[in-house]
Design a binder for this molecule. Structure first.
Ligand SMILES: Nc1ncnc2c1ncn2[C@@H]1O[C@H](COP(=O)(O)OP(=O)(O)OP(=O)(O)O)[C@@H](O)[C@H]1O
Ligand SMILES: O=P(O)(O)OC[C@H]1O[C@H](OP(=O)(O)OP(=O)(O)O)[C@H](O)[C@@H]1O
Length: 213
């Protein structure tokens, strides 16, 4: 396994787009790659080991060096603040983080509540705005919170905007644009420099091509 590169891949919606990108960059991944339930997939031919992780955990595997590389949303990078380098904006899984809530409502004057899966990002954002809020951490279905009176606002991902619309919510502020990033463990970056540079060069070409198309 010595000369293998270990890549932490996020299970879920980024996975397929990331696999497509790697294939377009010329890497041969087996056809069953996307269908497997395995959490570790070795691709001998490319000397890659893939580990399939929860999206929010990808930077943790990379920081600890059990994965050399990883693919993570910028949202996850901002929330987790791990000690890893960001090598490349892969320009996939585009979305943004926004503040949303019920229409025509003000935040409660006393201890306004904000529900989110991103407590650190949300706290930093409201601190910068000079607003004191109570953060309520949820793990999904964030849009429920203002509807059932758990919070005044939410901080969550918006992509098409469909989830907000279908739940009668409106966007109040856009916080930051999000795409997925290629990240690397600092030690791996030094030790496996040549293979990582090659991967970055190949992906850069594909991304350039798809942006100009
Ligand atoms: N609706 C969306 N459209 C596009 N990209 C999104 C959307 N929601 C999330 N993303 C991006 O995809 C990443 C992974 O999202 P995904 O929904 O697969 O995982 P998750 O919700 O964090 O995981 P899980 O639901 O398994 O806890 C996010 O970190 C973000 O960068
Ligand atoms: O703007 P849209 O295109 O509607 O996408 C936004 C929705 O997608 C994500 O949810 P996800 O599907 O990951 O579900 P969960 O976080 O509630 O589990 C996000 O948390 C929003 O709810």
């Amino acid at each position: 396994m010595q000369d293998f590169i270990t890549i932490a891949m996020p299970k879920g919606r980024i996975f397929e787009e990331a696999a497509d990108l790697l294939r377009e960059a010329g890497y041969r991944l087996p056809p069953e790659f996307e269908d497997s339930r395995k959490l570790i997939i070795d691709v001998e031919e490319e000397r890659f080991r893939f580990i399939l992780a929860k999206p929010m955990d990808v930077p943790t595997y990379v920081e600890h060096g059990v994965a050399d590389l990883g693919i993570a949303g910028k949202d996850v990078m901002l929330e987790e603040e791990r000690d890893v380098y960001e090598l490349l904006d892969l320009k996939i899984s585009e979305c943004y983080l926004a503040v949303a809530g019920l229409p025509n409502t003000k935040m409660n004057d006393v201890a306004p509540k904000v529900a989110t899966k991103y407590p650190n990002v949300a706290a930093a954002y409201f601190r910068e705005q000079g607003e004191q809020v109570e953060i309520i951490k949820l793990n999904g279905s964030i849009e429920l919170a203002p509807i059932i009176g758990l919070s005044d606002r939410i901080v969550d991902i918006v992509s098409t905007g469909r989830t907000l619309v279908e739940n009668g919510l409106v966007e109040y502020e856009r916080i930051v644009d999000i795409t997925s990033r290629l990240i690397v463990n600092p030690v791996s970056y030094r030790m496996k420099d040549e293979r990582i540079s090659d991967l970055v060069d190949r992906l850069t070409e594909v991304i350039k091509g798809s942006v100009s198309r």
